[in-house]
Design a protein around this ligand. Structure first.
Ligand code: TSX
Ligand code: MN
Length: 595
């Protein structure tokens, strides 16, 4: 070992993993630039990383075609009672799951170096932050963790001899026989992949995948699944939310936390630049929010991450110029296409297609090719400090006070552009019933309605019925200091199938109405589903949207909404007696209001 470790639990765990996985060497990470560069050097030498001539300090990786996304059906919440994991999670008994995984872990790091990564989710030393240690046999994971989390020897100092941390064990599941040449992206076959969580002992075991949330265990595994369980236990919130600061022309700041299912443009909203004159928007985070009630009785949010692991396809100077500027240099690209002059490209980046590319599988690509050049889930990993509109308070250990929660989804009909919840319980009902139509970015049929409560279905580490109750309890504690709750849908279409709302920068007009609601300045009218903008209350200056279109965008059709009720009922029934009575009441009231 290159550094002496003083923490007793960490030393014992390292010895245990070494005995089980049998790596050739053990290396303790310090988070330095030198260390990052040495990982890249190693990965380039192995033929895994391709330095990009056109982007300083940037590299392209191509994954194995079988290892391109999170594997939800191989993801487990392993608690002693299955009821604790609840109906939205895969469950296996902890003892038998550990037995199975130990079988795979045995000798799995032979021929490889085992890296020990001490990291902090949240600013190092902040009272909201949590310390994790990831053990991995992937130098690609080490490099990505450097960007996405705070990796530092300071974390080891903070651990001292006796302090606790969250152990995150990861192996790509591909031992290297001596003398054999490595492949560019070693991993295990799908039936050997396991992403396992043991929330009763704050423990994560991942095997077989090197991709994203399967392997960068600080993100979805720790900061959402394990943290959500800790948050319930300790009375705070760990949410799948972006955080942004909106400043109005008078200089009043609003802090917004928003949850959307995948393919709704969460990163685009997190970095959105308002089209309205005098309004300013700054990014605090694009994926995860940890929120605690402060001494002032308000909810304060931090972004526990330090980078963006964003979907590349669809990102362009039109859809998200701030992201494009964030990824000018010092980026890890995964499964993007490679241009002939040593840059990356993906579908949606430019209007004009390059004449020739190497696609994400390493094959020649021309505009005539049928296959996509970049994988639809291709990613960039970039440090948050590189974002031109990162908020100066993004690392403030005290967090930012949340004024507004927004839930949303992609709906081509039925759901209006924006509406406000009548009160906290109704807002929790909106979060709990959030739904989105599937796109080509999802698996399965396109256009199906999928319920994704609070955008947390894949990320809640415990019974989702209890999670709804936790949200109700938080509202009780926050009282009149609770954030106001809104629901948005940027994706409503006309009968001719055209998007009715311009979206993107013009979403600032919706956010303005929301802020003015908080100030009790903007008008709203009661509808069966919530409070809608009064005629003329949305600032549409400089746009020319026909008034019929605005009418359609804000329309609530009781007939269409009555058809939603049985679907919501069926969704709620899944939770059985864990569904809070207060949400049953909310559904009854909706039914009554619809008449
Ligand atoms: O991210 C999106 N947002 C949020 C932006 C802050 N997208 C992309 C979603 C895929 C990830 C959107 N797409 C948004 C949106 O608000 N709206 C739409 C639909 C749309 C698409 C293209 C246009 C308009 C709306 N183009 C023109 O009107 C020219
Ligand atoms: Mn996410």
């Amino acid at each position: 070992m290159n550094i002496e470790v003083k923490n007793r639990k960490l030393n014992a765990w390292i010895s245990e993993v070494v005995a089980m996985c049998r790596p050739d060497a053990v290396y303790i990470c310090d988070g330095s630039k030198k260390e990052y560069d040495s990982m890249m050097e190693k990965l380039v030498a192995a033929g895994s990383g391709i330095p990009l001539e056109k982007r300083a300090g940037s590299y392209l990786f191509r994954s194995d075609p079988s290892d391109v996304a999170r594997v939800e059906d191989r993801t487990y919440i392993s608690t002693s009672a299955q009821d604790e994991a609840g109906p939205t999670n895969n469950w296996l008994d902890p003892a038998s799951l550990k037995e199975t995984m130990k079988g795979f872990y045995k000798d799995c790091m032979k021929g490889r170096t085992m890296y020990v990564i001490p990291f902090s989710m949240g600013p190092i030393g902040s009272p909201i932050s949590k310390i994790g240690v990831e053990i991995t046999d992937s130098p690609y994971v080490v490099a990505n963790m450097h960007i996405m989390t705070r990796v530092s020897s300071k974390v080891l100092e903070l651990l001292g001899a006796e302090n606790d941390f969250i152990p995150c064990l990861h192996s790509i599941g591909a031992p290297l026989e001596s003398g054999r040449k490595d492949v560019p992206w070693p991993c295990a076959p799908i039936e050997q992949k396991y992403i396992s969580h043991f929330p009763e002992e704050n423990l994560i075991w991942s095997y077989g995948s090197g991709y994203g949330g399967n392997a960068l265990l600080g993100k979805k595994c720790l900061a959402l699944r394990i943290a959500s369980v800790m948050a319930r236990r300790e009375g705070w919130l760990a949410e799948h939310m972006l955080i942004l600061r909106l400043t109005n022309p008078e200089g009043r700041q609003y802090h917004i936390a928003a949850a959307f299912p995948s393919a709704c443009g969460k990163t685009n909203l997190a970095m959105m630049q308002p089209s309205l004159k005098g309004w300013k928007c700054e990014c605090i985070g694009d994926d995860i929010a940890w929120m605690k009630i402060g001494e002032d009785g308000r909810l304060h949010a931090i972004n526990p991450e330090s980078g963006f692991f964003g979907v590349a396809p669809g990102t362009s100077y039109d859809t998200n110029p701030m992201a494009m500027d964030t990824i000018r240099d010092n980026v890890i690209f995964t499964n993007c296409a490679l241009t002939d002059d040593g840059d990356v490209w993906w579908e949606g980046m430019t209007d004009e297609l390059p004449a020739h590319l190497i696609d994400w599988k390493g094959r020649d690509w021309t505009p005539e090719s049928k296959a996509e050049a970049a994988h639809p889930n291709a990613r960039f990993t970039a440090h948050a400090s590189r974002c031109p509109v990162i908020c100066k308070d993004w690392e403030n250990p005290a967090g930012v006070p949340i004024d507004i929660f927004i839930f949303g989804g992609r709906r081509s009909s039925v759901v209006p552009l924006v509406y406000e919840a009548f009160n906290w319980d109704h807002g929790v009902f909106l979060g709990a019933t959030a739904a989105s139509e599937t796109t080509s970015a999802n698996i399965g049929a396109v256009g199906n309605l999928r319920r994704d409560p609070f955008a947390m279905k894949p990320f809640c580490g415990y019974n989702m019925g209890d999670y709804f109750q936790h949200w109700l309890n938080m509202g009780d504690r926050l009282g009149n200091k609770a954030p106001r709750i809104f629901y948005v849908n940027w994706f409503r279409k006309s009968d001719e199938g055209k998007f009715l709302w311009p979206g993107f920068s013009d979403n600032s007009r919706v956010l303005k109405w929301i802020c003015e609601r908080v100030e009790e300045k903007a008008g709203a009218q009661k509808s069966a589903i919530g409070l809608l903008p009064l005629d003329g209350a949305l600032d549409l200056s400089g746009l020319n949207i026909p008034s019929e279109n605005m009418k359609e965008l804000l329309q609530v059709d009781p007939v269409e909404w009555k058809a939603e009720v049985p679907d919501i009922k069926a969704h709620f029934d899944i939770f059985g007696d864990r569904l809070p009575e207060r949400l049953v009441v909310q559904l009854q009231e909706l039914r009554k209001r619809l008449g």
